[in-house]
Design a protein around this ligand. Structure first.
Ligand SMILES: *Cc1c(COP(=O)(O)O)cnc(C)c1O
Length: 373
C-alpha cells in the first residue's frame, strides 16, 4: 500500500503573533534577564493562580531547583511515580537522593496515595507527584501525607498546564509546581520551563539559583552568594511563551475537542480503552491522547501497521524504574510496580495536537480498527 498521508504524533501551533513578539525582542537587544521574561512570569502566574513564577531553561531544571531548595541529599529517599518521564526522578538523583517508586492507580495512572504511604521510611524526605498525561494527581491526600510526615511535596505538572483539581488550576493549590515547554507540550517555547510557588522567599531563591547564585537583590555581576546554576531562560523564548499564553485557552479548547472526537471514534473498537474521564475533582488538560490496548493485542504489530499508513504512534511511557540506568544503579527489576508495568506495556499514544483535523482522526481510527481486528 502506498502511503497517502503523514500524520505526526504532535505539532506545535506557532503563527505570526509569536514571530512578531520574537522580532520585538531581537530588536530590543535584551535577550536574557530582560523585561519579556518578567512579563511572561506575571502572565503565567496569573493564568495558573499562583502568586509567583520563575522561568527556567527547562522543566527538568525547574524540578531540580525545587529539589535543591528542599534540601534532598545523600541518604534521603524521595518517592515518585514509575509511570512518568525520567525527569521526575532524575531531579532528586542529581542531589544524591535515592528514588523510591510507589505504584500507580490502575484508573488514573497517577501515583496511588496508599502506595506512597506504604513506601515511606525513616529516610523519606519528599514526594515528587506527577500529573500524568495532564490528569491531576491526588493533591489533597498527598498533601495531607506530607504535612503529617513532615515531607516536602513537589508537583511535576510538566504535562498539566491548564488542568484543574477541585475546581481550581493545578498550581493554585499551594505545593510548588513545575511546567515544561518542550514542543510536544500544550504550549511550547522550544525549550523552557517555569516553577510556580506560593512563597516569596522561595521565588527569590529560584531566581538566584537559576542565575549562578547571584544575589536576587541585585549587586555586582560577579557577586555570588550561593552555589547556583545556569538555568536561565531567554527573552526570545519568553516572547514565544507570551504568544502561546495569549492563545492557550484556544489551544486547550481545540485539544479537548480533538480528544472528544477520538473518544467517540474509538468507542466501538473492541480491545481499545480510551483515557480515564474527568470527574468532579479532576479536569484533565489534554497533553497526549493515550489509549490502552487489551492484553494479548500485539502492540508492536499495531504500531507497524499504523506506521505503514503514515501514522506516527509511540509507546507512552516505559516505566522509569526499568530504564537501563535505573536497573544498573539501583537494581530495580520487573515486578517492583506491577500496576504501572501492566499499563506501560499496553499503552499507545496516537497523533494529537491542537490543529489535528477531524479527517485525520477518522483515518487514524480506521487504521487502528483494521490493525486490531
Ligand atoms: C516534559 C516533562 C518534564 C520536563 O521536561 P523538559 O523537557 O525538561 O522541559 C518533566 N516531567 C514530565 C512528566 C514531563 O512530561
Amino acid at each position: 500500500m502506498s502511503v497517502t498521508r503523514s500524520v505526526p504524533l504532535s505539532s506545535p501551533w506557532l503563527d505570526e503573533r509569536e514571530e512578531e513578539l520574537v522580532l520585538e525582542v531581537l530588536r530590543s537587544g535584551r535577550l536574557s534577564l530582560g523585561p519579556t521574561i518578567d512579563r511572561f512570569e506575571e502572565m503565567l502566574a496569573e493564568r495558573v493562580g499562583a502568586p509567583f513564577a520563575a522561568a527556567v531553561s527547562s522543566g527538568t531544571a525547574g524540578l531540580h531547583l525545587l529539589c535543591r531548595i528542599a534540601g534532598f541529599g545523600p541518604g534521603d529517599e524521595v518517592i515518585t511515580s514509575p509511570l512518568s518521564f525520567v525527569a521526575s526522578a532524575n531531579c532528586f538523583i542529581f542531589e544524591g537522593a535515592t528514588p523510591v517508586f510507589a505504584d500507580v492507580d490502575s484508573e488514573t495512572w497517577n501515583v496511588d496515595p496508599d502506595a506512597v504511604e506504604a513506601a515511606i521510611t525513616d529516610r523519606t524526605r519528599g514526594i515528587v507527584a506527577v500529573d500524568m498525561f495532564g490528569f491531576p494527581c491526588e493533591l489533597d491526600r498527598l498533601r495531607e501525607i506530607c504535612d503529617r510526615r513532615g515531607l516536602t511535596l513537589i508537583e511535576d505538572a510538566a504535562e498539566a498546564l491548564g488542568a484543574e483539581y477541585r475546581g481550581q488550576p493545578v498550581g493554585s493549590h499551594g505545593p510548588s509546581a513545575v511546567y515544561g515547554f518542550y514542543p510536544n507540550k500544550q504550549m511550547t517555547t522550544g525549550e523552557g520551563g517555569v516553577v510556580t510557588t506560593h512563597s516569596e522567599d522561595e521565588w527569590r531563591l529560584l531566581r538566584s539559583l537559576r542565575n549562578q547564585g547571584r544575589s536576587y537583590e541585585g549587586g555586582a555581576w560577579f557577586h555570588h552568594v550561593r552555589l547556583g546554576f545556569n538555568y536561565r531562560w531567554t527573552d526570545i523564548q519568553a516572547a514565544i511563551g507570551i504568544g502561546q499564553l495569549e492563545k492557550l485557552d484556544r489551544i486547550l479548547e481545540l485539544r479537548l475537542a480533538a480528544a472528544e472526537r477520538y473518544s467517540a471514534l474509538l468507542s466501538d473498537i473492541g480491545q481499545v480503552s480510551t483515557p480515564h474521564p474527568d470527574d468532579a475533582d479532576h479536569r484533565r488538560s489534554w497533553f497526549v491522547y493515550v489509549v490502552a490496548l487489551d492484553e494479548g493485542v500485539d502492540r508492536g504489530r499495531v504500531m507497524a501497521e499504523l506506521s505503514a499508513r503514515g501514522i506516527a504512534t509511540a509507546e507512552y511511557v516505559p516505566c522509569v524504574h526499568l530504564q537501563p540506568y535505573m536497573q544498573e544503579r539501583y537494581g530495580f527489576r520487573v515486578g517492583l510496580c506491577p500496576v504501572a508495568e501492566a499499563i506501560s506495556a499496553r499503552t499507545l499514544a496516537l497523533p494529537f495536537h491542537a490543529r489535528l483535523e477531524e479527517d485525520d482522526q477518522v483515518y487514524v481510527a480506521e487504521a487502528l480498527r483494521q490493525a486490531i481486528c
